[in-house]
Design a protein around this ligand. Structure first.
Ligand code: SF4
Length: 452
């Protein structure tokens, strides 16, 4: 498929220009639909990794190491020119995916900017210069002769700024920037100013470049959204829309459609495992089902597929749902109206597709209506109800503040991860990405305790 005009990178370009593109315009390339999606998923893994690390409060040097590893994986097994093409294509596909709402734009902007910052820092000095030129930033690198003449002044500034600038300026590249362009650095006396120019060290230039990158991308996302909504022809849009929509909520972790470690959960154990190992979203649905003897379609799907994933066999599932629903609608109506959809979830009806349990992302992004109980409580409960539910789960006040803090900052999966850690007294370094992962991690911990 053709996206729009930009020159294709050839292997001859690599080593001459920077390997870090500024993503001015989409590539003029024929892209297979599978690559369109696969490249985007790979980049999404990088951005999600950064997002998780940032929300878990990792330090800049830890994030730097992480970005290095993630980016290495992104270009694994590729020739340099292929890696650059993949970089550009994946960025533009995700622009389409993440331009469509304010919330999506904000997330993408923040993650791409972080990725750009770390990549820029690791570019060679020549490549950084090339990038400054690409951004049309009128900054000139200070020549050796000029450097010698202002060396002492630069050292004085550097000494006063330690540890922000290295105290020795010999290895640092400085740029001359019109002083009115860096008012904060001038006001904070963090640069030497001479004849209308501020002498800015490379590590200070990084923030200027990153600000420019962020501002360009922010405008571009709004434009992309407008174009996507108005100008892309219907045929093209129809082909891409399903991919774009799926990517925005795509789950990148393991598949939980088949129970793995805990092959079977029997009906008699269900209440106990629900109490010990169900995440809050499933615990809530389970309790509501026991209380009301009914769940609407969204709740039946969310809980039903989860139970299938934890190892409840079809016969047990039918018995379980029937025993509850019968109390409200009677056994005959259950057989007539509800049993079909349970068999359907297990791939025994209709297209006979074995449906996959929902990931956190899918659950978090749904919009439950009145009378619905599905969704993610960290996102969909009021603060008061959430506190009460967490109290009931046994989250102590020591952890409650942290959990609520994550919820306020809309880090729902991290709030769930902290809840998991509080309840199990054990770290969950990978974070919670899937209710069935919560279940299986919980069972692992509980079983290990029994074995001791
Ligand atoms: S974060 Fe995921 S597992 Fe936790 S309650 Fe929300 S949807 Fe369920």
């Amino acid at each position: 498929m053709e996206i729009a005009p930009q020159r294709k990178v050839s292997s001859d370009d690599v080593g001459v220009a920077s390997t870090l593109p500024v993503y001015r315009s989409p590539p003029e390339l024929e892209i297979r639909l599978e690559d369109f999606e696969l490249f985007a998923i790979d980049r999404l893994r990088v951005l999600k990794g950064i997002s998780d690390a940032l929300s878990r409060g990792k330090k800049p040097d830890e994030i730097e190491k992480l970005v290095e590893v993630l980016w290495k994986t992104h270009k694994e097994h590729l020739q340099p020119s292929e890696a650059i093409n993949k970089d550009i294509i994946s960025h533009f596909v995700l622009r389409l995916v993440y331009c469509r709402t304010e919330e999506l734009r904000k997330w993408f902007l923040s993650m791409e900017t972080t990725l750009f910052r770390y990549r820029f820092k690791h570019e060679s000095v020549e490549s950084q210069r090339a990038l400054l030129a690409e951004f049309d930033l009128p900054y000139k690198a200070v020549s050796n002769a000029e450097f010698e003449s202002v060396k002492e002044k630069l050292s004085q500034v550097a000494r006063s700024l330690r540890p922000h600038l290295p105290s020795s300026t010999t290895d640092v590249v400085f740029y001359k920037v019109p002083f009115e362009e860096v008012p904060e650095l001038v006001a904070g006396r963090r640069v030497y100013v001479h004849k209308g120019y501020a002498y800015v060290a490379m590590n200070q230039v990084v923030s200027l470049v990153v600000t420019q990158f962020r501002s360009n991308l922010s405008k571009a996302l709004i434009l992309t959204n407008r174009k996507w909504a108005s100008t892309i022809c219907d045929k093209e849009k129809n082909r891409l829309t399903p991919i774009v929509e799926t990517l925005a909520t795509s789950y990148l972790g393991p598949d939980y459609s088949e129970p793995k470690e805990f092959a079977e959960i029997s009906l008699k154990d269900l209440d106990q495992v629900a109490n010990n190992s169900f995440p809050l979203c499933m615990r809530h649905l389970f309790e509501k089902l026991r209380e009301d003897h009914h769940l609407k379609h969204g709740g039946r799907m969310q809980l039903g597929l989860f139970l299938k994933g934890v190892g409840l066999k079809l016969d047990d599932a039918l018995a379980f749902w029937k025993s509850e629903f019968s109390k409200k609608v009677g056994p005959e109506r259950f057989d007539k109206e509800y049993a079909y959809s349970i068999r359907h979830n297990y791939g025994k009806e209709g297209k006979r597709v074995d449906y996959t349990p929902y990931s956190c992302q899918k659950i978090i992004s749904c919009t439950p209506g009145v009378g619905d109980h599905h969704g993610c409580p960290y996102r969909h409960f009021s603060e008061e109800n959430l506190r009460a539910a967490l109290n009931k789960m046994g989250v102590s006040s020591r952890y409650m503040t942290d959990v609520m803090d994550k919820v306020r900052n809309r880090h729902y999966q991290l709030a769930c991860t902290l809840t998991f850690e509080a309840i199990h007294g054990s770290p969950c370094d990978s974070g919670i990405n899937h209710p069935n992962q919560y279940f299986s991690d919980s069972q692992k911990i509980l079983q290990a305790k029994v074995e001791i």
